[in-house]
Design a protein around this ligand. Structure first.
Ligand SMILES: C[S@@+](CC[C@H](N)C(=O)[O-])C[C@H]1O[C@@H](n2cnc3c(N)ncnc32)[C@H](O)[C@@H]1O
Length: 190
C-alpha cells in the first residue's frame, strides 16, 4: 500500500548535533530582520524559528513544514496555549516534496536545511518532486534580494550542494557570505 513518506520521529533542539535552526535565528537577529516572510523546512518539535519570529518587535511571518506527526501535535499544543503565536507562525504537516506553487506566497528567506536527507524512492511512488524541483519551486517564490539557505552540517550536504550548484545555473541566485554552518544564496534583483 502506498503511504506518505512521513517522518515517524521527533527532533528536539540539539545545538551540538544540529545547530542549523539556532544559526538561522542568530543570522536573522544579527541582520535585524523584522517583518519578513520566511519558509522553514523541518520545524523540529521545538519550533524555535516560528517562536523567535513571533517575539515582540520581530514580527517575522514563518511558514514551517514538518513531516512528523509528533512535531505537528506539538505545534497544535503550542498554538492552543499561546494563541498570539498564530498571527505569525503557521506550521503544517506534509511532505515538502508535494509543495504546490499556487499555494505559496513570496518569501524573503527560505531555510532548506534538510535537502537530500529524506527524499527517497518512497516519494517517487506518489510522484513527489525531487530535491531540485522542490528547491526551484521555492526559488521562484523568493523575492529579489531574498535568500535561500542550506545547512553545511547536514549528512546529505553533498546532495544539497549539488542542488545549489544547479540552482545558481538555472535561476538568478548568487552565493552570498556564509554564516556559521549556513550556506547562503541571494536572488538577484530584476
Ligand atoms: C532532524 S529534524 C531537524 C529539525 C530542525 N530543523 C532542527 O534542526 O532542529 C528534520 C526535520 O525535517 C522534517 N522533515 C523530514 N522529512 C520531511 C518532508 N518530506 N517534508 C517536510 N519536512 C520533513 C522533520 O519533520 C523534522 O522537522
Amino acid at each position: 500500500m502506498t503511504k506518505l513518506n512521513y517522518w515517524n520521529q521527533t527532533w528536539s533542539l540539539d545545538e551540538a548535533q544540529c545547530p542549523c535552526d539556532l544559526h538561522f535565528v542568530q543570522y536573522l537577529e544579527e541582520k535585524k530582520v523584522t517583518n519578513a516572510a520566511i519558509f522553514h523546512f523541518g520545524t523540529g518539535n521545538h519550533h524555535i524559528v516560528g517562536l523567535k519570529g513571533a517575539e515582540d518587535g520581530v514580527n517575522n511571518a514563518v511558514l514551517g513544514i514538518t513531516a512528523s506527526p509528533q512535531e505537528y501535535d506539538d505545534y497544535v499544543e503550542l498554538l492552543i496555549k499561546n494563541p498570539r503565536l498564530g498571527h505569525t507562525y503557521k506550521a503544517y504537516f506534509g511532505d515538502i516534496y508535494q509543495l504546490d506553487a499556487r499555494l505559496l506566497p513570496q518569501f524573503d528567506y527560505a531555510a532548506l536545511f534538510h535537502v537530500g536527507e529524506f527524499r527517497t524512492p518512497e516519494n517517487d511512488v506518489y510522484g513527489a518532486l525531487t530535491d531540485l524541483e522542490m528547491t526551484l519551486l521555492i526559488a521562484d517564490k523568493v523575492k529579489p534580494g531574498g535568500e535561500i539557505l542550506f545547512y553545511t552540517g547536514s549528512f546529505a550536504y553533498d546532495k544539497a550542494e549539488a542542488v545549489a550548484n544547479e540552482l545558481i545555473k538555472v535561476r538568478p541566485f548568487n552565493p552570498a557570505p556564509d554564516y556559521k554552518t549556513l550556506k547562503v544564496y541571494r536572488k538577484r534583483a530584476g
